[in-house]
Ligand binder design. Structure first.
Ligand code: AMP
Ligand code: MG
Length: 359
């Protein structure tokens, strides 16, 4: 009797362990969804335990991105005669009155000023008048006269953006000044979306906002995340691959929004130093743990010569960059040596940063 009892207990234990093992190693659930947001196709792929929870997490993450888009779009909605966004409201009150804004908008403006200072003004969200002049953000673009560029340049200066953190109020000092958050909003929104996904307990997340990639957690196959870096002059091709680990890779390039006039390419990233599209690079990819910072820095470094860009990046902890320069050099910062694999046979020269990282 005692022996039979012993066998029974053993069988129950074995069954229990098998069921436990099955539950533990069962296939993870996966959800993938896409939405057109912030002028681009955004896709989110997550894994976790429950399909329903994943669906809810993804929808909330998209909702958060939509909220940031609506707060930051500087243009009035079609058919509307008044501002619907916070940025539009600040721009309309330029030279007149400070406006109290949402805390996320205020945070973006503080960050933008910080990196404007850090880059000596290469990143400048008061770039609005120049973008309007060139027609970026509008249906038609044109090459403006040198005189008009000079006039618009006089209205571009981040130091004339006054931020008061006692009440989150914002003032553009001169009439005619305008903010444009195109170089920061998408990355900041991606950061908010990732936060929502993590709060909902997803096990891993891959967020692709028009080629700007954020990864979080571990893939089901436990392999590292790998992404391709687009060849700026050959859309179907890559120049190499990057491995990412709980990081974002954000690229600014001259190949997405541009027009050709008299054989020259004019694109949407304007140098606040000259008023013309920045001409030092074809693309700059920044890798950082925060997609908002990666977004700001990719636009910033795109404006700068890579030697200056590297000086900035090597001083920042946990930030790296890959430059594809106008004269067809691929240059990487020191932290990417182990992470970047170049594609052989491409018509680029290759250089690694000689600077020592303070990371
Ligand atoms: P990204 O694709 O992130 O590099 O952002 C490019 C967008 O940033 C442009 O479409 C403009 O909306 C805005 N922008 C252009 N030039 C600058 C600049 N020098 N500083 C900050 N934002 C800029
Ligand atoms: Mg950017």
């Amino acid at each position: 009797m005692n022996k039979r009892y012993y066998y029974l207990i053993t069988i129950i234990c074995v069954v229990f362990l098998v069921v436990l093992g099955f539950l533990r190693f069962r296939q993870e659930e996966e959800v993938t969804s896409e939405q057109f947001l912030m002028d681009t196709l955004v896709s989110i792929r997550v894994t976790g335990d429950e399909q329903e929870k994943l669906q809810e997490a993804v929808q909330k993450a998209f909702g958060e991105m939509k909220r940031i888009e609506e707060l930051t779009d500087r243009f009035q909605a079609a058919g509307s005669s008044s501002c619907t966004s916070e940025i539009c409201r600040v721009n309309s009150a330029a030279g007149k009155q400070a406006q109290v804004v949402d805390s996320d908008v205020f945070t973006m403006l503080v960050l933008a000023k910080e990196y404007a200072d850090l880059s000596g003004g290469a990143f400048d969200i008061t770039i609005g008048p120049l973008l309007d002049l060139w027609g970026f953000g509008k249906a038609e673009q044109k090459v403006p006269s040198a005189e008009d560029i000079k006039k618009a340049l006089a209205l571009v200066d981040y130091r004339e953006l006054v931020l008061d953190d006692t009440d989150n109020s914002v003032l553009l000092k001169k009439t005619g000044m305008s903010l444009d958050l195109g170089g920061i909003a998408k990355g900041y929104a991606a950061g908010k979306a990732l936060q929502v996904l993590q709060e909902h307990g997803v096990k891993s997340a891959l967020l692709n906002a028009g080629g700007n990639i954020s990864v979080w957690g571990q893939k089901a196959d436990k392999k590292p995340w790998m992404i391709g870096i687009q060849d700026p002059r050959d859309p179907g091709e890559v120049i190499g691959a990057l491995t990412l680990n709980n990081e974002s890779a954000v690229t600014s390039g001259d190949y997405n929004r541009y027009f050709i006039y008299k054989g020259r390419r004019y694109h949407h990233i304007i140098s606040p130093f000259t008023g013309y599209p920045a001409d030092k690079n074809m693309s700059v990819t920044v890798v950082a743990s925060d997609p908002g910072i990666a977004d700001i820095l990719s636009t910033t470094l795109f404006v700068l010569d890579y030697t200056k860009g590297l000086q900035i990046v090597e001083k920042l902890e946990g930030v790296d960059a890959l430059f594809v320069t106008a004269d067809r050099k691929i240059v990487i910062s020191s932290g990417l040596k182990e992470k970047f694999t170049i594609k052989q046979g491409k018509d680029y020269t290759y250089e690694e940063s000689g600077l020592v990282s303070s990371n």
